[in-house]
Design a protein around this ligand. Structure first.
Ligand code: ZN
Length: 309
């Protein structure tokens, strides 16, 4: 793969590598399919269970991609029927950011973030940075994201350095524009905290799909960050997540899907979609000893606060 790509220009090479990573990620998404079958109980999908008194926001989705090309409008209808009043969809490349902006402008309940994901890091030109800034003036565009650090997929030190550079630049852009950011952090907790405590001190926003410890969560809360929780909360190997959800101050908790990835049980291994945020919210409510209605109301209030929906 590497040698084959060496002949390509940087842009084409980045695209080829991105494609390889997507394939690996799709494959890893499929693991857990056995658990799906075993866990499939009698519970109907969220959109068939009524949503009276439930108002949720899926605060982190990727609904612009080809996974939803066959049924995007139906998928949004199902979300609405499940009580999801808004979806925030994030770009992970320039191309997907453009698609997210278009979706936000054509759908009242869809909001967008624009940015370049660390897995797709490349040396951003001034023209591209200007384009990101211009997109934030469009209808329902509310954040810079998804940005951050991913040391799980990226083992190369030089490319990790490029990720940090891209992250810093996009944090600075968000400060200039006075917008919140949505941050991805996978196996990069140390560098992330260093950046947030220094140059990121004046940024605000969400650490999405949180995967750190309660100690790290406490530090983030002290710095003013919101924390997003996803489908893995429902997994048997949810590790520290239930403890974190239990201890989280109510006014900083967000629920999200990160669809099409990370489906909650009993859909693990299948395509995720915004309606399933209700399943993660129900599990969070159960852990916190609250009603789904109360947890939905609080997390939706938080979503409106951080993203200004
Ligand atoms: Zn994401």
């Amino acid at each position: 793969m590497k040698e084959e790509n060496a002949a390509l220009d940087p842009g084409a090479r980045a695209a080829a590598e991105q494609k390889a990573r997507k394939a690996a990620r799709d494959a890893s998404r499929k693991t857990g399919a056995e658990e799906t079958t075993a866990e499939k109980g009698a519970i109907a999908p969220p959109w068939e269970r009524g949503a009276e008194g439930i108002e949720l926001v899926d605060t982190h989705a990727h609904i612009d991609g080809e996974d939803f090309d066959g049924d995007r409008e139906e998928m949004l209808d199902r979300a609405k029927a499940a009580g999801v009043v808004a979806v925030v969809t994030f770009g992970d490349t320039m191309e997907s950011s453009a698609r997210c902006v278009a979706l936000a402008s054509s759908h009242e309940a869809v909001f967008a973030g624009v940015g370049v994901h660390p897995e797709n890091a490349f040396p951003l030109s001034q023209a591209e940075e200007d384009r990101l800034a211009a997109w934030t003036k469009e209808k329902n565009v509310v954040a810079i994201g998804e940005i951050g650090l991913d040391y799980y997929w990226e083992k190369d030190e030089e490319k990790r350095a490029l990720q940090r550079k891209m992250f810093s630049r996009q944090l600075a852009l968000a400060r200039d524009l006075d917008l919140p950011v949505c941050i991805h952090d996978r196996e990069a907790h140390g560098d992330l905290m260093t950046i947030l405590k220094t140059e990121g001190r004046k940024n605000r926003g969400v650490i999405h799909c949180f995967s750190g410890s309660w100690e790290m969560a406490k530090e983030l809360l002290k710095l003013g960050w919101y924390i997003g929780i996803d489908g893995p909360l429902t997994y048997k190997n949810a590790a520290k997540l239930p403890e974190i959800v239990e201890k989280m101050p109510a006014d900083r908790l967000l629920v999200e899907t990160d669809c099409p990835y990370l489906s909650p049980l009993p859909y693990r291994g299948k395509r995720n979609e915004p309606a399933y945020v209700r399943i993660t919210a129900e599990r969070a409510a159960q852990i916190r000893g609250e009603s789904i209605e109360a947890l939905a109301a609080q997390t939706t209030k938080n979503a409106r606060m951080v993203y200004g929906l």
